[in-house]
Design a protein around this ligand. Sequence first.
Ligand SMILES: Cc1cc2nc3c(=O)[nH]c(=O)nc-3n(C[C@H](O)[C@H](O)[C@H](O)COP(=O)(O)OP(=O)(O)OC[C@H]3O[C@@H](n4cnc5c(N)ncnc54)[C@H](O)[C@@H]3O)c2cc1C
Length: 733
Amino acid sequence: MSSYGHPVRFGVEILGGAGAPGDAVSLAVLADQLGYDLVSFADGVEEGDADPLTLAAWSAARTSTVQVGASRLRATARPASIIARGAGSLQLLSQGRAMVMLGAGTPAVDLDAVEESVAVIRSLHDTARRSRASHSGTYHRLSGAEPGPSLEQEVPLWVHASDAAGAGLAGRVADGWTVDLAEVDLGGLETLSAVVDGAATDAGRDPREVRRAVTVTGPAALDADALVAMVVDHGMSLFVLRADGAAAGVSQMRTFIEDVAPAVRDGAERALPPGALTSRRLRRADVRARRRPDIAYDEVPEDLVEMAVEPGDAAFGKVRSTYLRGGNPGLVLRPRSEAEVADALGFARQHRHLPLGIRSGGHGISGRSTNDGGLVIDVGALDDITVLDQAARLVRIGPGARWRDVAKVLQPHGWALSSGDYGGVGVGGLATAGGIGFLNRKHGLTIDHLRAVEVVLADGTLVRASGTENSELFWAVRGAGANFGVAVAFEFVVDEVDEVGWAQLAFQAPDPAAYLEAFGRVVADLPRETTPFLILGQGMAQVMAMVDSSDPAVIISQLQPFVDIAPLVQQQVVIAPYAAVMNMFPEAPHDGRGEPASRSALVREITPGFAAASADLIRSGVSHWYQIRTVGGAVADVASDATAYAHRDTRFALTVMGGNAQRLDQWFEPVRRHSEGLYLSFESDRSPDRIADAFPPATLARLRRLKAQLDPHNLFQDNFNIAPTQDDTRSAS
Ligand SMILES: Cc1cc2nc3c(=O)[nH]c(=O)nc-3n(C[C@H](O)[C@H](O)[C@H](O)COP(=O)(O)OP(=O)(O)OC[C@H]3O[C@@H](n4cnc5c(N)ncnc54)[C@H](O)[C@@H]3O)c2cc1C
């Protein structure tokens, strides 16, 4: 008995459909409808055949679940980089359904070309590669090639081989080996299977890494007992019917999946010990070699395995870092449901000795949604945006949604939800902290629109919190949410917002202190419709302001006082949908490096002292980013004890970023003396003093009591940690 534990699957291999590629695609659609696991298009069977990867891409667009790919792909017939880009694009477009089977069988293809292809494709699919790819082989040469499409999951690379040399290659490097029963008999199958095992072992691999497939045709395809024997005796786990599209072929496709497949599955399950055929993915040895000793990778809950990313995985480069911080986590779990979030937290509880990052959009300014050597739970896949009640303007939003997408969905309804100045920011991080956006003076913070939130707590329980259910948690989530659980859904009442006035004004500002004081005076008399953000640098100032009105007269009258502050060097004022403003900056994969250094201060007035300290800081050159957002207005209408975000009387939120935290602090300290608190989302110093700045004493004491109830063992501590009231330690179970 030599089963490798892989579940039994069924596929169909379609010939290239020379002259009738549409018919080949129709067969793929039929295969999907019939419940096949795989459709592959064979390369170069007849002259004039359509390109198999193109057929696969066309089929992927018309199917929903079936895996799609190319088989017997000739590695000498096309550059490996072209295969890499085509297969990578197919993987992205089909949402992880691509596969490639390279041919090393008949007609004979030089095995070196196949081996080189595998190396080139893997290197172009490796998102952790930060330099361009090069390869200098006999068949394939690359020099400084751009990385391929940025993949979530690697494309499985199989090798089709009917002789010992090809089988050995499959064992050494491939994710799977496939053989045609028309080319070998059962004895040959056994011999070649042993070759695959031996080659895998010699290469330091586990033979179970290499999945096994047999292509069958004619009467052999109908002999369920023979196929069961291949599962049980030779570890074959994928049976691929070779179909030609003729009427008889179509009928055989039906028989194969409707009659033969269930019989083979039943027979194999009966013949093998219970649970022998698991779907658990076994990673390649080179990936396993990069595992960290203190993470129980083989105990990752079954439902999370497929989407988990380890340091050796192709997708690691895409998930390791955040927008601002470089990271190197030991494992990134990417749950797709509340239940999977609970499982991920169960796994995290078994790894309390490691840092734990919770990530939604990865824009956290302190960068705690990545780490070095720890776990990350990334809920980016929970990104649904659904209108629950049109009349009440009630909208349910997943934490992984980006504010750009939220704005886009709300726009056709004539609605908007004030969030921030950057559409790429995630909902989860911002909506658990505050949300100081371009509409805040008129409409309040993002959290002021929250009506209910669903949270998976540290113990894995899913709870709903609102004004009437778990109301203490509802209070805490609105400002300190990251300490209490993983938010998995938010319900907001959004605002009616027509098109808005959007202004970008640039000024000469040789005297930053004078500019700041004048800006403060203008804001003091500014109607709530307008929310300006100011960026101040050495000699220049930029005001970005949103006016919640589409009336040009209102927009001009509210902006005019800014124009009078200093000589205007550039201006752009447009009337546009809020969603267009949120879509101003394109989103790129996160590639933060190093540690961010950001400081926040909430200020009631721009006093001469504050302005002078700010001017000193700007002139010192320690900061590359000095930004003031205006708050107050509707934000201050909410009582300071109504939410954990408490500093509602302040009217300016300052963010300063620099390259060196120590030098930044030296110049920031005099500024801080004029502040009355800070906004956690713009701070990166996680010391207790800063927590005390963020939350007034009564708020902090209330948060600590709740923390003691909901997260007594402080699972959620790798953020701005609110220690539970009772004495506690990381080591508690
Ligand atoms: C370019 C840029 C512009 C910004 N503009 C604004 C702005 O205009 N207004 C504003 O208010 N803020 C702004 N921010 C700050 C931003 O709101 C916060 O950094 C926010 O935390 C980012 O959310 P995220 O989900 O993208 O981040 P992530 O990095 O994924 O998360 C940040 C932190 O939030 C917590 N968290 C994330 N997801 C969850 C969850 N589902 N449940 C519980 N806790 C969670 C974790 O502690 C995590 O470390 C900006 C940030 C950047 C980088």
